[in-house]
Design a protein around this ligand. Structure first.
Ligand SMILES: CSCC[C@H](NC(C)=O)C(=O)O
Ligand SMILES: [Zn+2]
Ligand SMILES: [Zn+2]
Length: 482
């Protein structure tokens, strides 16, 4: 299930080619005479190509901005798009990075074909609980033809914006962790606590084959984790958004049945009429929640969100749908998200009584229904006051890196952090990406290279503060109720 990773073949294989090529250049005049124009041109092209490769791969300082950006581009170019991510390519890349940083690495497959790469920077005091920096390796699909630049190209435009699926969600964060560690190592910093990095599969499809199994595993218990950092969201403004909890997904399907009949006939209780009554009710509820945000009474993280994601009905025919037949069945799917402050019992009653009432012959089922509570029966929230030293350390570390945190929020969707919070562990959602439009799962997802580099400094400050934190209280087991 778990394997220690052995040495990988070097990616700098062209390193020794330069002296050989120079030797060749010395004999060029003799060779010129023997060659026709075509073969000379060919030879010169080869020389130029290898010279370029030698310069770009061997001589570049690995800590230079261009080398850092180039590694980020390489990671973005690996096709880890759901539903067929090339996980082993991503794992090989991460392990090669770990090797260049002298980090220990292990690959664990909780589900066959879905490797989770776990890296370790050992701390000098192994008795102290550790730090876990989590990121997922998979990305959501993209509609290639609707992008300005190919979603797996990692093209950098004239403004320094890097276009790629995963540039915000969340290959940026995975690479920023690694680059921050590179900088800390170069500065001679030695961690007191061990720092782990988990690169997990399948977050975008629920995390069941990745973080969920990891959090439940004995391997995870042995890490003795004190605090988890995971993804947040980009901030359009100057301040970094930060998340101490998240909403729980309830993926709901409502089904209506009714008497079929002629498309021209007006009668009650058709399946689609029944369904539309429900859709109207759901829309009124949605509007009431949205109004609370619009009026400033509540924030996005405080309300229940509900959005219709599919509508299914009709009688198919070879040319489309039968147009003069009212169907006997119809269904609609809703993505409902509950904040940790919601009352799940009351929402479930609302669904049964108002959204899908049996009195209208309606039924409902959940494709996904996650609890808002952790395993101790409490809302899965990370403390953001003095009781949580990791929160204070984060605030201070971001400040020390000349950054500013926005007011902490509830993440409006779901992340793998929930699996760690469910254990009672503190987990903070944070992507050090400011001044950037939120383009997760959108067309033309991009991240500016300067913003990416700035985020590395922020993590450098955070990892340094976390890995140096020496306090007796933090040695308490966090698998106990907080
Ligand atoms: C419910 S698991 C799917 C996870 C996904 N996360 C994000 C950040 O988009 C979501 O909230 O839909
Ligand atoms: Zn993500
Ligand atoms: Zn995502």
């Amino acid at each position: 299930m778990s394997k220690q990773n052995g040495p990988l073949s070097s990616s700098l294989k062209v390193k020794g080619s330069l002296p050989l090529l120079l030797n060749n250049c010395c004999v060029l005049p003799k060779t010129f005479r023997a060659m026709n124009f075509k073969s000379l041109h060919f030879l010169l092209s080869i020389i130029t190509f290898f010279l370029f490769l030698s310069i770009s791969t061997s001589d570049e300082d690995p800590s230079s901005s261009s080398a850092i950006i180039s590694r980020f581009q390489q990671y973005l170019q690996i096709n880890t798009v759901q539903p067929s991510p090339k996980y082993y390519e991503a794992a090989d890349f991460i392990i090669s990075q770990a090797k260049s940083l002298s980090l220990e690495s292990r690959t664990i497959e909780f589900v066959a074909g879905k490797p989770l790469v776990l890296l370790k920077w050992p701390g000098s005091n192994p008795d102290l609980p550790s730090i876990l920096l989590n990121s997922h390796t998979d990305v959501v699909p993209a509609e290639h033809h609707k992008w300005t630049h190919p979603p797996l190209g990692a093209h950098i435009d004239s403004h320094g914006n890097i276009y790629a699926r995963g540039s915000q969600d969340m290959k940026c964060v995975g690479m920023q962790y690694l680059e921050a560690i590179r900088r800390l190592k170069e500065s001679g910093f030695e961690p007191l606590r061990s720092v782990y990095l988990s690169f997990v599969p399948d977050e975008e499809i629920g995390g069941h084959g990745g973080a969920e199994k990891f959090a439940e595993s004995d391997e995870f218990k042995k890490l003795n984790v004190a605090i988890v950092l995971d993804e947040g969201l980009p901030s359009p403004g100057e301040s970094y958004r930060v998340f101490y909890g998240e909403k729980s997904p309830w993926w709901l399907v409502i089904k209506a049945v009714g008497a079929p009949g002629h498309g021209a006939k007006l009668y009650d209780n058709t399946a689609l009429e029944n369904l539309f009554k429900s859709i109207e009710t759901v829309r009124r509820f949605r509007a009431s929640q949205f109004d609370l945000i619009k009026s400033g009474l509540k924030t996005e993280g405080d309300v229940v969100s509900v959005n219709m994601v599919f509508l299914k009905s009709g009688t198919p025919s070879p040319t489309g749908f039968v147009m003069n037949l009212q169907p006997s069945e119809a269904e609609a799917g809703f993505d409902v998200r509950l904040p940790p402050t919601a009352n799940p019992e009351s929402l479930e009653r609302r669904i049964a009584e108002e959204w899908a009432p049996a009195s209208r012959n309606m039924t409902f089922e959940f494709k996904q229904k996650e609890s808002i509570y952790n395993k101790f029966g409490k809302p899965a929230l990370t403390a953001i006051d003095k009781s949580n030293p990791w929160w204070n350390l984060l605030e201070e570390a971001v400040r020390n890196a000349n950054g500013k945190l926005a007011n902490p929020e509830i993440f409006p969707a779901s992340t793998d952090a929930r699996y760690f919070r469910n254990l009672g562990l503190p987990a903070i959602g944070f992507s050090p990406v400011a001044n950037t439009p939120i383009l997760l799962h959108d067309h033309n997802e991009f991240l500016n290279q300067a913003e990416f580099l700035k985020g590395i400094e922020v993590y450098e400050s955070i990892i340094k503060a976390y890995a140096s934190y020496d306090d007796d209280k933090s040695t308490e087991s966090f698998t106990d109720e907080l």
